[in-house]
Design a protein around this ligand. Sequence first.
Ligand SMILES: [Zn+2]
Length: 211
Amino acid sequence: MDAIPEKMSRSVAGPEIERLIQLLAKLPGLGPRSARRAALHLVKKKDDLLAPLAKAMDVALETVVVCSTCGNIDTSDPCTICTDPRRDSTTIVVVEDVSDLWALERASALNARYHVLGGALSPLDGVGPDDLGIDKLVGRVSAGGVSEVILAVNATVEGQTTAHYIMDRLAGTGVKVSRLAHGVPVGGELDYLDEGTLSAAMRQRTPFHGG
Ligand SMILES: [Zn+2]
């Protein structure tokens, strides 16, 4: 009699918990199903997890700022990286997103400073040079003290378009511009690589200094 039409999903919890589920479902990697599981886990662990998480989020909300120098996200402006005296300030690594900066930091790849663009050039999506921090990057380089700019952008069409654009903009500044090598991943087997990666690796082969 009171059957609910198939398309209408009925609520299993009050609006507060439904709201929590809806918000969690917006997180990357979480769909509605995993958001429900996460929400249930949180409310079950109200004191151990939900309370400290809510507090941490509150603090983050109050303190998080975008670094006006490099575009990194931190709790101080300029950010921890920009103010770290142990970092090589003559090298700027250009990345598309803060997640790329974090990835490079996890790899301890370089002890340099960064410049976060906040995306890549994509005319189809309406992303032009003005939407990215490219003028700011050119400004940083023009101010002097920088000897190398490393373009650590994604190996996508947009990333490479962005790299070429930045290279053009930095031409004449005298700064050395390099970009990440494309090639065989560490631990990778040739047979499993796609043709694009394999041909890029072949073109960008490096002298072998066998020891
Ligand atoms: Zn910074």
